[in-house]
Design a protein. Sequence first.
Length: 149
Amino acid sequence: MATPDSGRAALPTADAVHVLSERQRCDLELLLSGAFAPVTEFMDEPTWESVCAHQRLPDGRLWPMPLTLEVDEATAAHLGAGAVLRLERNDGTPLARMTVASLYRPDRLWEVQHIYGSSDRRHPGVAETLERLPVNIAGSVVPWEDGAL
């Protein structure tokens, strides 16, 4: 006997959920739209380090700012390489599915000193960076479902 849901595709599942900040949501939308080309995913540690230290991607192409996704320790504890992280709005609407490639804990003070040339919290970029969640998640993202963004 058919059920009302029998014709629907199975909904994607996730190992953990992260509610995006306003900045993270903007970064996600730009990443998914291709506006951040040639960058196609949230940066891993070697790419983050290259961009912070040299304002270049590891292949030498100019890239001025790290593109990272930060999560708290509790969320990171549920993740590892290959895990799926659901990225959602603060109202619970899923926006994207991230396949985790790696996790790392960046030195935020080192980051701001290299990116902004300062660690003075009066600078809005410095203050925002130093307040970020402690764990960066690297990996690829796809929309949760068509029309999610």
